[in-house]
Write a protein that binds this ligand. Structure first.
Ligand code: FES
Length: 112
């Protein structure tokens, strides 16, 4: 099972072993990660699954059939504190190639 590391606003991090082919939003909601709601259930209508992908992972994520669509960009425009690696967590599915992926929650201070 691939692991995913969530960096939180309070400086803590949480590593979770995830089911293959689950989205980052599904994993976060299942494990009560604060700051990710997934209010629309993954239909790209809410932006409550907004996360920042660590820059070192951005291309690897996209290469796993997780490219960003124009519709996703439009929804992200409504999100809080959007940055250059912002994505909707519901649009990124994990697999073994993405084992140890690092993402941060909205508003988290990062040096990237
Ligand atoms: S869960 Fe609503 S946009 Fe991702």
């Amino acid at each position: 099972m691939p692991k995913i590391v969530f960096l939180c606003k309070n400086g803590a991090s949480q590593t979770i072993e995830a089911e293959n082919n689950w989205s980052i939003m599904q994993i976060a909601v299942e494990h009560n990660i604060e700051g990710i709601e997934g209010a629309c259930g993954g239909s790209m209508a809410c932006a409550t699954c907004h996360i920042y992908v660590h820059p070192e992972w951005l291309r690897k994520v996209e290469a796993q059939d997780n490219e960003q669509s124009e519709e996703e960009k439009d929804i992200l425009d409504t999100a809080y504190d959007v940055r250059r690696t912002s994505r909707l967590g519901c649009q990124i599915k994990l697999n073994e190639t993405l084992d140890s992926l690092v993402v941060a929650l909205p508003g988290t201070d990062t040096d990237w």
